[in-house]
Design a protein. Structure first.
Length: 81
């Protein structure tokens, strides 16, 4: 049974790693809230490695956590008295 648990754990970790965005230069996973930059060549660089790239990025975005898009914001729609 332990072999099955270990195999499932490894499979899950490989699946999570495949979905994560990594820096093309340093292979580091950018932190939540960090800005990453995309280039025409398809490379994605973190904030730290961007400075060594001479090419101008074509886009950039902020890294979001896994809960992004799955949370709700409660707003007060009552009329102001």
């Amino acid at each position: 049974m332990e072999d099955l648990e270990l195999a499932l754990l490894r499979r899950g970790m490989h699946h999570r790693d495949a979905e994560r965005e990594r820096c093309h230069s340093c292979r580091r996973t950018p932190l939540i809230g960090e800005r990453v930059y995309g280039y025409a060549s398809g490379a994605v660089l973190c904030e730290l490695c961007r400075q060594v790239q001479r090419e101008t990025p074509v886009n950039s975005h902020i890294v979001h956590g896994p809960e992004f898009g799955h949370t709700m914001r409660i707003t007060d729609h009552r009329a102001a008295a």
